[in-house]
Design a protein around this ligand. Structure first.
Ligand code: GDP
Length: 517
């Protein structure tokens, strides 16, 4: 698969945190992102501040590098998560000290929690005379965010984006939080990442800003992202510099795509162009099918699918599917539904957001199901129960691989089919009646070969009158393994006596072959 190989722990190296800024409208998200950026760009740097690529990297006073996603707000954050991309390591929640916790503040808290991404609270606009940071802390408590000053674990900083107060402190706090998270990646492998934004540039063609998440992206690499692919022609940094490589947590503009991918698409380096074509063709087809299904209003609910399975009596492949977000679960179930044939189909017993629990394992055991974790893991008790009961738990982070594996497994449920291989023909010249043996045909092999134990068909006047197995095969008085064209032989047939001079015997072998979906 494309994203399957886990890195060995000795290959992992620390990587910078990736930060998204969220908060209520007008609380200062954009101002804060701009202020951090200005304060950290070395004067006179190529491209300088004018460059905007959707993400940028700065260096904290502690020396730690930090990557900021330059599109504030939880809409982009959630849209990316819905597409299965986990980009953000830390959320900075901006709350204006003069306004306090507002509806979008609460939403941001919920989104960060759902994604299990730690929060850092930035109490902004402390320069204002009516700033009440204490009130902000109290209001946050009502939403289960307990900041340090209140004895909690959530890190916090009072800032002013306008006066550039405590920006360094905020960066150091982010650095501290990322140390706690022990963020690591293997830089020495083909790159994987996520498209942050993409556009069609009149001069440069398709341009995708990619956040590299594992490995190192290089000029000349063949990349796929969503349904698009290309050979990397150039890499441009967040400060507008042309660079040769981009490692983990580095945002970079990628030039060379044949089409424009979408924000949230996962990027991977593949070994060659034909693999790139294969992957993107498949995805383009999936995309078209999905659009067609949506257009015709046939989004086939899970309930429908299950009731269909019950009535049709087809073979079922039972599954329990847990994932990180509803969007990816829907995509997975949709793709699995498409795999089904009249004969065999996936049966999703349960699908839901969250880690794999002991009760999921119990359900799987009761139904002989396999458990699939998409970007989630099993709780300790669940893992132990699964081991004890011999239930298989499989983890994926890319839908393509998941569906491919289920497809292979389902193919195993298909009844094997038989394939006929013609051996040869013989015609009956004489019929002998032999005591204890019964009727024996004296034949000549007219073409091919006749073999002991083969399947035979008796044909009289072009009509098949018997199908069965060869009993004995003799040449002169001896049992033989085979008789070839032009030679004479004696044959008897298992459980069949009605043979006549002139009958034709077709001789063939049957092989069992496993079909696949
Ligand atoms: P966003 O909607 O969260 O991105 O908020 P903006 O960054 O657009 O800021 C909204 C308004 O608040 C603008 O008028 C900013 O100038 C102002 N603002 C942002 N940060 C500060 C600050 O620290 N102090 C003061 N006094 N005003 C600020």
């Amino acid at each position: 698969g494309l994203f399957d190989v886990a890195d060995a722990s000795e290959d992992l190296e620390p990587r910078p945190p990736v930060v998204t800024i969220m908060g209520h409208v007008d609380h200062g998200k954009t101002s804060l992102l701009d202020a951090i950026r200005h304060a950290n760009v070395v004067a006179g740097e190529a491209g300088g501040i004018t460059q905007h690529i959707g993400a940028y990297q700065v260096t904290a006073p502690s020396g730690a590098k930090i990557t900021f996603i330059d599109t504030p707000g939880h809409a982009a954050f959630t849209a990316m998560r819905a597409r299965g991309a986990k980009v953000t390591d830390v959320v900075v929640l901006v709350v204006a000290a003069d306004d306090g916790v507002m509806p979008q503040t609460v939403e941001a808290i919920q989104h960060a929690k759902a994604a299990k991404v730690p929060l850092i609270v930035a109490i902004n606009k402390i320069d204002k005379p009516d700033a009440k940071p204490e009130r902000v802390r109290t209001e946050l408590l009502q939403h289960e965010v307990q900041v340090e000053t209140f004895g909690g674990e959530t890190l916090e900083v009072e800032v002013s984006a306008k006066q550039k107060t405590n920006l360094d402190k905020l960066l150091d706090v982010i650095g501290l939080q990322s140390e706690i998270l022990e963020l690591k990646a293997n830089p020495n492998r083909p790159a994987e990442g996520t498209v942050i934004e993409a556009k069609l540039d009149r001069g440069r063609g398709p341009v995708a800003t990619v956040l590299v998440q594992r490995g190192t992206l290089k000029v000349g690499d063949i990349v796929v992202a969503g349904a698009e692919w290309g050979r990397v022609r150039a890499l441009v940094s967040d400060t507008g510099k042309t660079i040769d490589t981009a490692g983990p947590s580095v945002p970079v503009e990628v030039l060379g795509f044949n089409g424009t991918p979408e924000a949230g698409d996962r990027l991977a380096v593949v070994e060659n162009e034909s693999r790139a074509r294969e992957v993107t063709d498949y995805r383009a087809r999936q995309k078209r099918e999905k659009q067609a299904a949506r257009a015709s209003g046939m989004r086939g609910s899970l309930e429908q699918m299950m009731s269909q399975l019950k009535t049709s009596g087809q073979k079922e492949f039972p599954l329990v599917i847990k994932g990180d977000v509803q969007g990816s679960i829907e995509a997975i179930v949709g793709a699995l539904e498409k795999l089904g044939t009249d004969e065999v189909a996936a049966r999703v017993l349960l699908s839901g957001v969250g880690g794999i629990t002991e009760s999921d394992v119990t359900l799987a055991e009761a139904s002989n199901a396999a458990i699939i974790g998409f970007n989630v893991r099993a709780h300790k008790e669940a893992r132990e129960a699964a081991e004890r009961l011999g239930i298989e738990i499989r983890y994926y982070n890319i839908i393509y691989d998941l569906v491919d594996d289920v497809k292979k497994a389902m193919s195993g449920l298909l009844a094997p089919t038989t394939r006929e291989t013609m051996l040869g023909n013989a015609s009956i010249l004489q019929v002998f009646n032999i005591t204890k043996v019964g009727k024996v045909a004296g034949c000549r092999v007219t073409d091919g070969v006749v073999q002991r134990g083969a399947n035979v068909r008796l044909i009289r006047d072009n009509v098949v009158i018997h199908e069965g197995k060869l009993g004995q095969l003799k040449h002169l008085k001896d049992d033989v393994r085979e008789v070839t064209s032009g030679h004479e032989c004696g044959m008897s047939f298992e459980n069949y006596q009605d043979i006549r001079v002139g009958d034709v015997i077709e001789c063939y072998r049957l092989e069992t072959v496993q079909r696949s979906l």
